[in-house]
Design a protein around this ligand. Structure first.
Ligand SMILES: Cc1cc2nc3c(=O)[nH]c(=O)nc-3n(C[C@H](O)[C@H](O)[C@H](O)COP(=O)(O)O)c2cc1C
Length: 193
């Protein structure tokens, strides 16, 4: 069973990206994955500051690092702000990728190396936050992740979910499923259990 971590780059209560993360987590569970759906709002992570880090990595950052380390496959669902990903997502990734001196797992330079990552986005606009993914791709590549080629940007997200939070359209479900399938396929080969 692939251990898959899913999180969205928004903490907004009615977030489309959180909804898409939930819907995608359901698809991944149905496909047989062992899914952890992380809400970033449950972590108390300050703005990254190297002086603060020098006094000790905050406990919830260590918790985040442990959760990420325990999952060989990740799906990130990214909102788009000003043609890019959110500050929340950048801050989360910056903290998580910053080495912890002397730590057995997190002391090295490439803590994300080898992770299989699938990317989705959602936006009320027509492009579905696609431009945020065009910025997330090189960031994750720089961190030595294996990024799945199939990605999905959900446009007009305000009309896309039913009252239970499920994706209404078959086409949207298939597009999210295609990302899930590639993540599980690649993770099974790169990280055989
Ligand atoms: C500062 C800011 C900039 C935004 N820029 C974009 C943008 O470039 N493209 C886009 O599609 N939506 C943009 N939006 C709208 C967001 O897609 C919308 O607020 C969305 O609901 C955020 O994701 P969430 O629902 O997961 O919180 C922007 C919103 C904010 C607050």
């Amino acid at each position: 069973m692939t251990k898959l971590l899913i999180f969205a780059g928004s903490t907004r209560q009615n977030s489309f990206n959180r909804r898409l993360a939930h819907a995608t987590a359901d698809l991944a569970r149905a496909a047989g994955a062992d899914v952890t759906h992380l809400e970033l709002s449950t972590l108390d992570i300050p703005l990254y500051n190297a002086d603060l880090e020098a006094t000790g990595t905050p406990p919830d950052v260590m918790r985040l690092k442990d959760i990420m380390d325990a999952h060989p496959a990740w799906i990130i669902v990214s909102p788009e702000y000003n043609g890019s990903y959110t500050g929340l997502l950048k801050n989360t990734i910056d903290w998580a990728s910053s080495p912890v001196k002397g730590h057995p797992v997190w002391g090295g330079r490439d803590p994300f190396a080898g992770k299989v990552v699938g990317l989705l986005s959602a936006s009320p606009g027509a492009l579905g936050g696609l431009r945020s993914l065009s910025h997330l791709n090189p960031l994750l590549q720089n961190l030595q992740c294996w990024i799945c080629p199939k990605q999905f940007a959900l446009g007009r997200a305000g009309d896309a979910f039913d009252e239970q939070g499920a994706l209404k359209s078959d086409a949207h479900r298939h597009s999210a499923q295609a990302v899930v399938d590639q993540v599980l396929w690649a993770s099974a080969r790169l990280h055989p259990v």
